[in-house]
Design a protein around this ligand. Structure first.
Ligand code: M6D
Length: 368
């Protein structure tokens, strides 16, 4: 697998190397927000508020489905009057009971960890909301329990349908009055996703295409992706996961202020050392900073100081700034840029972004 930057502006290569249509799936994000909103309203998601507000919300899911829980928590924000946690495991924690809302999210509707947690939630008498493919095992569990089910029409893998899976959770949170979110907001988010899809379209060349530019920055480095707010940190984690799954590429992720207490030390380590005698620059880390308008003032100072320190040490830096008034708009924008960058990185290496054969192999090994 060799990195060939010219591939990013070769239209034939971009379509031939992407038979699963990952670029098309990313471009469909705006449509996914609109469909996700419509499906949530048609499924009468607001019924989760019938019993009043729960004591806590736990979102169960794995991989490209679980990130919906992280997005919900970050968008609801620090002022949320109840805890919102994401569960990525087989077991429902002991503290969750009948006064809590469990939201099970599974694109396929068949992830065994998520089914296990949903079943335990029903047994414990929790309110259950489930989101996933129509006709799935998850739908059967929800229907049996008379729980609200949102059947989202997924094309392809969960990670390529993030907004179909996430939008119903935001609609539910708005019904619980945890955040302001109405049809206008979802339309604004969809419009901003359309704008990014236009700027990052395959025919837009690398020097003006922010998705291709970030792929060019990351290629050949191990990116350390930091977010400077809870919203930006979720986008940073998503980018790391998308680099893993789309480009089969390693990535580290961190959130300020925490990253300033550990990962910053890497600036002085062997992976950051410039060796002028080596064939390549001899430097393999890159700091990718995802910025948000809503930063704690001390985090702003830490971010600025960390960026200065990186530059003083010749550690390459990429910065992306979120735009938008509502945190959902800023989240969507950062995620879309990262989705494009990870897909273009795959295509620049000549890797098909869609299949994840190592994940499939691991699942097959444990099913024997
Ligand atoms: O998203 P569901 O279908 O619940 O599956 C959970 C996760 O399983 C993993 O092995 C991957 O395939 C992820 O992309 C997926 O999101």
């Amino acid at each position: 697998m060799t990195w060939e930057p010219g591939r990013l502006d070769d239209q034939r290569h971009l379509s031939e190397a992407d038979p699963g249509g990952m670029l098309l799936a990313v471009a469909a994000s705006a449509a996914h927000v609109r469909t996700g909103y419509r499906t949530a309203v048609e499924s009468r998601v607001e019924r989760v508020a019938d019993q009043g507000r729960p004591r806590a919300i736990a979102v169960a899911g794995m991989g490209g489905s679980a990130i919906a829980g992280d997005i919900l928590a970050a968008v609801a924000g620090n002022g949320a009057p109840l805890p919102i946690v994401t569960l990525r495991s087989y077991q429902l924690p002991g503290w969750i009971g009948a006064t809590d809302l469990v939201i099970a999210v599974s694109g396929s509707g068949d992830a065994e960890e998520t089914l296990s947690v949903a079943t335990q939630a029903v047994r414990r008498g929790c309110t259950l909301l489930a989101v996933g493919a129509p006709g799935s095992q998850l739908e059967a569990i929800a229907t049996q329990a008379s729980a609200v089910y949102v059947p989202v029409p997924l094309g392809g893998q969960s990670r390529a349908n993030i907004w179909l899976l996430t939008t119903p959770l935001i609609v539910a949170a708005a019904a619980l009055r945890l955040l302001p979110a109405d049809a206008d907001l979802f339309e604004r988010v969809a419009k901003s996703l359309e704008d990014i899809a236009h700027r990052c379209r395959p025919s837009s060349e690398s020097f003006i295409n922010p998705g291709k530019s970030l792929a060019l920055d990351v290629a050949g480095t191990v990116p350390m992706i930091w977010g400077s707010s809870p919203v930006a940190a979720v986008a940073a984690y998503r980018l790391a996961c998308q680099l893993n799954t789309n480009a089969k590429y390693p990535a580290g992720y961190g959130e300020l202020p925490e990253a300033a207490h550990n990962q910053v030390a890497v600036f002085d380590g062997p992976m950051a050392e410039r060796d002028i005698f080596a064939d390549s620059a001899g430097q393999t880390i890159r700091l990718v900073m995802l910025r948000d308008v809503e930063e704690h003032p001390q985090v702003t100072r830490r971010r600025e100081a960390a960026l200065r320190m990186a530059r003083e040490r010749d550690v390459p830096v990429s910065e992306l700034m979120a735009e938008g008034t509502h945190p959902l708009e800023r989240m969507a924008m950062l995620i879309a840029l990262g989705d494009y960058a990870s897909t273009y990185l795959a295509l620049g290496y000549g890797i098909d972004p869609t299949p994840v054969s190592a994940i499939t192999e691991l699942k097959a090994r444990i099913s024997q």
